[in-house]
Design a protein around this ligand. Structure first.
Ligand code: DGY
Length: 320
């Protein structure tokens, strides 16, 4: 790695060009051109005594890595909303500020969640495959029918920034929105959505269910929860794969209990359970909900704003 005595920031994941440029200008950053692994991050920090590090999934820092960081490190900035690739509690205990980028990806992730809802309900994956194979046969009035979205009830698990942004979009499609969260939102935030204090009580009312909660812990969706959804429901997940027992999801999709699913996240990324690729009634994408030029720039800039604040002695903007 090139030497740079004035390096105040290690950018350990490949970031968009605009973000790299700002990092180099403002922080004399070392900007990697390929995602670094955790051990390389630790070694770099030790060699260069950097005060700030920007990491991603591949450079995730668990307790043993954080313990090995030099005392110079004051902030670990994440250009993502999720921080499940690092041990936040351990970093905090070492006095290191951890930040994320919660606002940057709200709109694009909500757009993408609606894309998954629409694609799963309207059989986009099957239709697209038919076209690529050459079509060749018109469909009759009763063939290859999807599920109407307008008028259906959408259940949202987690009414935070993204959950609320999905609600706004779903209402635009004429869906009735219900949601569950730890506590009820204020009426102006609810904006007509109906609150369920119990996740399990909400499930039987969800013709479409979408998850918008952080990952980690035991799966939220197991055989029991899929069983509580009404027959013919659609399941959408652009949050985290660890929220789902994938055997239970596979069974619900193959038994006909679920009409379909739209999935952007998986338990074992990027090596997804190959059984899902064999199902016609799933629309699959490779964890790309936030993947637009504008949002990826914004995610990086947010991380830099947090680094700037902490290095200037101000409070972080998005402390986790
Ligand atoms: C996030 O930021 O958590 C998104 O899932 C992209 O990784």
């Amino acid at each position: 790695m090139p030497e740079n005595n004035r390096t105040r920031l290690l950018i350990a994941r490949k970031v968009p060009a605009a973000v790299a440029k700002r990092a180099e200008t403002e922080f004399h950053a070392f900007v990697t051109d390929a995602d670094m692994d955790s051990q390389s991050v630790v070694e770099f920090c030790k060699q260069h005594d950097v005060p700030a590090v920007l990491i991603g999934k591949k450079s995730g820092l668990q307790a043993e890595h954080i313990a090995a960081l030099p005392a110079s490190v004051k902030i670990i900035a994440n250009a993502s909303a999720g921080v499940d690739h690092m041990d936040v509690a351990f970093a905090k205990a070492r006095g290191i500020v951890v930040t994320n980028a919660p606002d940057a990806l709200t709109e694009c992730t909500a757009d993408f969640s609606m894309l998954l809802v629409l694609a799963a309900c309207r059989r986009a994956s099957e239709y697209e495959r038919i076209m690529r194979q050459g079509w060749g046969k018109s469909f009759g009035m009763t063939e290859m029918l999807g599920m109407r979205v307008n008028g259906k009830t959408l259940g949202i698990v987690g009414f935070g920034r993204i959950g609320r942004a999905v609600a706004r979009r779903a209402q635009g499609f004429g869906m009735r929105v219900i949601y569950t969260d730890i506590q009820r939102a204020a009426p102006e935030v609810e904006n007509g959505a109906t609150f369920y204090s119990s996740f399990e009580d909400m499930l039987p009312h969800c013709q479409v269910l979408t998850l918008h909660v952080p990952g980690g812990g035991v799966p939220l969706m197991t055989k029991k929860e899929f069983g509580l959804l009404p027959k013919g429901a659609v399941f959408v997940n652009a949050a985290r794969g660890g929220l789902v027992d994938e055997d239970a999801l596979y069974e619900a999709l193959t038994s006909g209990h679920l009409f379909g699913a739209g999935l952007d996240v998986y338990r074992n990324e990027p090596n997804v359970d190959p059984r899902f690729a064999g199902l016609d009634n799933v629309f699959l994408t490779p964890h790309m909900a936030s993947a637009t030029v504008e949002t990826r720039d914004q995610m990086g800039f947010t991380a830099l704003d947090n680094v700037a604040a902490v290095l200037d002695g101000r409070p972080a903007l998005n402390r986790v």
